[in-house]
Design a protein around this ligand. Sequence first.
Ligand code: EPU
Length: 341
Amino acid sequence: MIKFIPDYSLAESNSFHIQARCLYYFEFSNPQELPMFLRAFKYDRRMWPVFILGGGCNVLFVSDFKGLVIHSAVRGVRKTAEDAAHVWLEVGAGEDWDTFVQYTIEHGYGGIENLSAIPGKVGAAPVQNIGAYGREAGQYVTSVNGFDIDTSRFEEYSAPKCAFGYRTSIFKNRLADRFVINTVTFRLDKKPDFALDYKDVRQETDALGGPTLQNIRTAIIAIRRRKLPDISTVGSAGSFFMNPTVSEEHAAQLRNKAPDIPLFRSGDKYKVAAAWLIEQCGWKGFRDGDTGTHPSHALALVNYGSATGAQIWELALKIQRSVVERFNIHLQPEVEVIGLG
Ligand code: EPU
């Protein structure tokens, strides 16, 4: 089934609930419908830009999008292979991520339980390699199938070709705005190997009676509910910036200035908690009109009602500047900022 709508409102298609429109919106549920549509529409990249939208949970529209928005609503969860230790599941890009996580737990398949309660669609999981509490989606992805608008071909990317990194992949870089994901195949463990390195997760799981897939899920849902905005009631895209990495030398300078700074070793560098940097600059719980940062997590920017994308972006820039001034660290957005001109 397809939907093709000119002058479409994206307000319900982004978790910031920004009132933005696009020139054309195209949604399909059968992978063959996309090339058929592009041929019939005589789509040419020089006419309009394309934006590939998943659940809209990691995007900020700072203005209307003067182009074609494509949304893959391919559904289904299909077991494609199984051996003694693993199961392979091919999942439609349009499936809700957390409903899929719930499904894996109900079937006793381990791997992505720590990624419970992350909003968005399955198709977006490999794009920004979603991660939380010591696990990343990319560790469990074996291949990604989709349609490349530039070559007009269906392609399969095996995991090594996906170039997964911290909140990044080939789909966010070389293939951005051209590769429309239709299905993602995950390899999950029949004998779960739990990741309980995060103190909060371990404590909360122990309080529930010890590690099981369901207890980890319950614990993580509770932790996220306490810390992060509930996007069913408030506009947000979770973490707005990525956690930056700094050199050993810079880390030592930071520790001299602020001995309690949360620093995490990452290869020969250090990862710094962006939320901490932002909180130190006085932004936690800040509110100006309908824009602000969440009172329980400084890294989550919030639209409290009718903020515009430009107003949220203005706040992001102010935060960015103050972190540069105080710590000499340039925070990079984690959300995709669309329409900066
Ligand atoms: N912290 C503060 N102030 C705050 C919030 C946190 O100082 O307002 C400190 C905490 O005390 C902790 C550190 O910052 O020492 C890290 O905080 P947290 O554990 O909440 O994780 P995070 O690094 O802020 C990342 C991901 C989240 C993911 C969590 C859990 C990024 C950009 N964000 O957040 O992902 O849920 O870890 O693993 O990597 C998302 O991407 O949208 C997202 C929510």
